[in-house]
Design a protein around this ligand. Structure first.
Ligand code: AGP
Length: 609
């Protein structure tokens, strides 16, 4: 996610802004910039790369500005570059805006502004904001921001500097965090608390729709209609290191809890307003090219591979084409039957996994079109694919992948529905039903996150277990693989996933009294079979925790613990089923004193084969 800072007071703004951006580096970024008000001009300095590139740009310059805004960019729309870095300005250089979030209707706004004579310099969605301010400004910046926010759709945390109103900065928030720091004769604003802590612990946490008019001596907050909002001061008790994790003990837990927003952001702008069609402007295949696809391949590693397994099932069901799935390190050595009629989907959070990149190159060498699903804009895999569908999850810091997995699943659904609507393989009513449910997943993940208490007793009992088994059928079996990986990679408990129907062909020999078994039973059409398999392991005195859809009470008669997830379309269940497994793995690792964010022997991105 991007990082925003703003300052107004009697101190020198430049060093305060740069220090604030430094404190937000943990959020991940690929470029940075600041805007200062001095000599009756808005001066903007921005550079691709790390903050040092910006510091070098600013070196030996003597700044005396006492107000300014700064930004670290995590690219979503538009590759990392000097031009795409924030802050962005209008045609006349009278407004500078730093923004975190996604302006969903930016293309429409950009076209309208261009028709009004505005000239754009970047590829970003953000740049529409200063041009809108320029278009609407009639002498009152706060009123202009209110008018602007009525025109934009999507998520934003923004801070604005205006040449015509040098004694204020204005901040606005919708679905993307923004905090005002209350100083003595000076005030601050930032995306996150770490950027404020060295100056003040007294803050206003802005809520959705709120706009802050910030001068050196006062902060006035209004709602999106201009009505005054009485804010309570939130005194920050955290230490800086704690604040980077947003108050969570580990990045992994923070990222698990970021999933509702990440899911919404990944869907953002990709479903038509009528909620009946998928809009993937990134995949520039003609309908003829889509109809000529004879086979689809998916290839990835680790958790991304598990997302691909769900993708195989879902895309085959929706698109009615054969889908092969390969672990990327195996893919190119089996002489795959890939040719120009193949579509290959590579999945990679980092976009730098060597085996996956090699599989992409092999696919292209064989003439296939390649879609990359990745979380890092302009990563190697993004650059070399024919098309890129980004998971807008924001940086994933913890080695154990969580929000990347569920947003990768979301992209699998988007691709499946998109290809199906072109090939006409899913009736409109079914497609609309799935889309309707897709949009609810973020809220349903929030429900699960608030109802995981049942896991605690299971963790207390089994935190020293040497082994654990994850079983399931159909889509549940693919999620069982992800659950097993999460548990073993951060708690170091040997965990194995198994197709539930396969247990009796060997593994049942390992099921004895007290062995913990996590049984996933969300697929209604396989539920009875799953109950039989659970009875098989219960008959060997295993302890079973099940994950099942809400309302399925009979499961409680056959297992020891049940975690219910909200009902959803069976194809979408994996996004919900995995969440309790992520929490289970996390709490097991904490209970065992493991290094949750940096587990032994592992790296966040495996850039070697
Ligand atoms: C998942 O928790 C692991 N960290 C690992 O399996 C990871 O998913 C795998 O290395 C693939 O990484 P990528 O998505 O960046 O390509």
């Amino acid at each position: 996610m991007c990082g925003i800072v703003g300052y107004i007071g009697s101190g020198l703004a430049a060093p305060i802004l740069l220090d604030g951006l430094k404190k937000l580096e943990y959020r991940g970024y690929d470029s940075s910039g600041i805007a200062l008000l001095e000599d009756d001009r808005l001066k903007v300095y921005k550079k691709v790369g790390k903050l040092d590139a910006l510091r070098n740009e600013l070196a030996f310059r003597n700044f005396y500005a006492t107000s300014g805004v700064g930004h670290t960019r995590w690219a979503t729309h538009g590759r990392p570059s000097d031009e795409n870095a924030h802050p962005h300005v209008d045609c006349q250089g009278r407004f500078a805006v730093a923004h975190n979030g996604i302006i969903e209707n930016y293309l429409t706004l950009r076209e309208w502004l261009i028709s009004k004579g505005h000239k754009f310099r970047s590829e970003t969605d953000t740049e529409v904001l200063p041009h809108l301010l320029e278009e609407f400004y009639e002498g009152d910046l706060v009123e202009t921001v209110i008018q602007m926010t009525k025109k934009i759709e999507g998520s934003y945390a923004m801070v604005i500097l205006a040449l015509d109103e040098p004694n204020r900065i204005v901040a606005a928030r919708q679905d993307s965090p923004l905090v005002v720091g209350l100083g003595n004769g000076e005030n601050f604003v930032a995306s996150d608390i770490p950027a404020l802590l060295c100056h003040t612990r007294n803050t206003y946490i802005l809520e959705d729709g709120e706009i802050a008019d910030i001068t050196a001596g006062e902060v006035i907050v209004t709602d999106q209609y201009g009505r005054l909002v009485e804010k309570n001061i939130f005194e920050v008790k955290w230490e800086a290191s704690q604040a980077e994790k947003g108050g969570y003990d580990h990045f992994m837990l923070k990222e698990i809890h970021e999933q509702p927003r990440a899911l919404r952001d990944t869907l953002s702008g990709r479903i038509d307003p009528g909620e009946s069609e998928i809009v993937l402007s990134e995949i520039k295949m003609t309908p003829e090219e889509v109809k000529n696809i004879s086979k689809i391949f998916i290839t990835a590693c680790g958790t991304a591979y598990h997302a691909g397994l769900v993708g195989k099932n879902v895309i085959e069901k929706l698109v009615r084409l054969p889908v092969e799935i390969d672990i990327a390190s195996e893919f190119r050595y089996r002489d795959p039957l890939v040719d120009e009629s193949s579509l290959v989907i590579v999945v990679s959070q980092s976009g730098e996994t060597a085996d996956t990149l090699a599989a992409l190159r092999e696919s292209r060498r064989r003439g296939a079109k390649v879609i990359a699903v990745t979380n890092v804009v302009d990563s190697s895999i993004a650059r070399e694919a024919d098309y890129v569908l980004y998971t807008w999850a924001g940086p994933e810091i913890a080695v154990a992948s969580t929000k990347a997995y569920t947003t990768q699943l979301t992209c699998m659904y988007l691709i499946g529905l998109y290809l199906a609507q072109i090939r006409g393989t899913v009736p409109g009513t079914e497609r609309k039903a799935i889309i309707r449910e897709l949009k609810k997943l973020g809220d349903k993940v929030s429900v699960i996150l608030n109802n995981c208490a049942a896991i605690d007793s299971f963790v207390d009992t089994y935190k020293n277990a040497p082994n654990a088994f994850f079983i399931g059928r159909g889509l549940d079996q693919t999620v069982a693989m992800e659950g097993a990986l999460k548990l073993k990679e951060i708690s170091y408990i040997h965990a194995e996933s198994y197709a539930a129907g396969e247990l009796k062909h060997g593994t049942l020999a390992l099921i004895v009294e007290g062995v913990p078994v996590i049984a996933l039973a969300t697929q209604q059409d396989l539920f009875e079979k799953m109950v039989s398999n659970i009875k098989e392991v219960k008959a060997r005195d295993a302890t079973v925790m099940a994950v099942a859809m809400a309302g399925i009470e009979e499961i409680e008669k056959v297992v020891d613990h049940v975690l219910h997830i909200p009902n959803t379309h069976p194809l979408l269940a994996p996004v919900l089923t995995v969440v309790p497994l992520q929490i289970l793995a996390y709490r097991m690792a904490v209970a065992r004193g493991c290094d949750v964010d940096q587990p032994r022997n592992l790296a966040k991105s495996v850039t070697v084969e």
